[in-house]
Design a protein around this ligand. Structure first.
Ligand code: NAD
Ligand code: DAU
Length: 339
């Protein structure tokens, strides 16, 4: 296929592009604004592939979207589908500064939908289990009510509703794929798993929000990438597909496993003030996408071990982050500096 992948310089987007180039022989154009979370380093092993092209720009900018879709120097064949990963993705940042979340998720998604409508392209919106809110027992299905808690999840929910309106009103061939918590290589260290791995490796305190008994449903980024590809190829237009990981784990257990895998001291654990409006548990039922033939391949225990090894072996990737603006973010968020 010939794809426009928006937000392809980020964590899951770059894992997805790598899979599509290597496993499917796709041609891919990435459109990315390169926010703090988007990095050209994530293209290090495929940036020179003949089937790959990068356009620097924002999804809320119609001219940037047109130039990514319609060509320019090095343009290949016409694009068939848009896959939209582009988003502001950190819940804590959405609580501190929600404006970019509204702009990217509302205006940005709208601009992409208009471009898809004008050119009659297929459209896949990458979404999240957070649109359903928190669940005590059982798992969310695609029919569960939408009940987002944070500015991040509320604006992601708004984007999903806009996508569905373009299917209902204009017949746009659109699908939505909602993932649970992703982990793996190339994840920016503001998120739980890479933050804890790097802090543990450096002997920095491990800041666990509240009692640490919040539960997340972990999916490896390559499994989510394959689910997105599967929904793009086999999903029914107008439908939503959940893609949840095979394992759930309480945060404190995740942190203890990281301590074992890095050989850090358990005394580094520090319970800190809880996140405002913190969702207690996420859990997705993935029966609908499994019925299309997808299933996750990586169990959490094995994937976490591989992820710890990847961060150990790829200092070149994280060192510039951990010595740059991230330090100031860390001080604002946690009220202390990194070692
Ligand atoms: P990320 O923060 O690592 O990457 C986001 C990417 O989007 C970055 O490359 C950034 O530069 C780009 N971007 C941001 N605003 C943009 C804009 N206005 N225009 C163009 N590019 C822009 O995020 P991620 O974790 O890879 O998440 C990707 C998608 O998957 C998001 O839509 C997110 O909501 C969804 N998702 C994430 C998870 C998770 O656990 N990380 C789980 C389910 C769904
Ligand atoms: O569920 C899917 C979502 O997963 C995605 O849509 C989001 O983009 C992604 O950021 C993620 O959201 P979470 O809020 O669940 O992820 P985060 O890594 O920020 O936190 C995971 C859990 O760990 C959560 O319960 C908060 C807790 N936590 C997080 C950090 C950063 C801590 O206890 N301490 C921390 O320092």
């Amino acid at each position: 296929m010939r794809l426009l992948v928006c937000g392809g310089a980020g964590f899951i987007g770059s894992n997805f592009v790598r899979l599509r180039l290597r496993e499917c022989g796709d041609e891919v154009v990435v459109l990315d604004k390169l926010t703090y979370a988007g990095r050209k380093e994530n293209f290090h092993d495929f940036g020179e592939d003949p089937g790959f092209r990068f356009v620097h720009g924002a999804i809320e900018d119609p001219q940037a979207v047109a130039s990514a879709l319609d060509g320019g120097p090095g343009a290949g064949s016409p694009i068939e589908a848009i896959v939209n990963f582009a988003a502001e993705t950190h819940v804590d940042r959405s609580i501190a500064e929600p404006d970019a979340f509204v702009r990217t998720h509302a205006q940005g998604t709208y601009v992409l939908l208009e471009a898809a409508r004008e050119r009659e392209l297929r459209y896949l919106q990458v979404s999240t289990d957070e649109v359903y809110g928190s669940i005590e027992d059982g798992s969310f299905t695609e029919d569960s009510p939408l009940c987002p808690s944070s500015p991040y999840s509320a604006t992601k929910t708004g984007a999903d509703l806009l996508v569905q309106s373009y299917f209902h009103t204009y017949g746009l061939p659109a699908v939505i794929c909602r993932g649970s918590n992703n982990y793996g290589a190339y994840q920016y260290p503001e998120k739980l798993i890479p933050l804890m791995i790097l802090n543990a490796m450096h002997g920095d305190p491990l800041p666990v929000y509240g009692d640490g008994m919040q539960v997340r449903n972990w999916i490896h980024a390559t499994d989510f990438g394959r689910a997105i590809g599967h929904v793009l190829e086999h999903g029914v237009h107008g439908e939503v597909y959940n893609a949840g990981g095979p394992d759930e784990c309480a945060n404190i257990e995740v942190v203890k496993r990281i301590i074992e895998l890095t050989g850090a001291e358990e005394s580094l654990i520090e319970h800190v003030t809880d996140r405002p409006g913190h969702d207690r548990r996420y859990s997705l039922s993935s029966q609908k996408v499994r019925a299309l033939g997808w299933e996750p391949r990586v169990r959490f225990a094995e994937g976490l071990e591989q992820t710890v090894s990847w961060y150990r072996e790829n200092e070149w990737w994280w060192k510039p982050i951990r010595s740059g603006d991230y330090r100031a973010y860390y001080e604002r968020q946690y009220g202390r500096s990194l070692a």
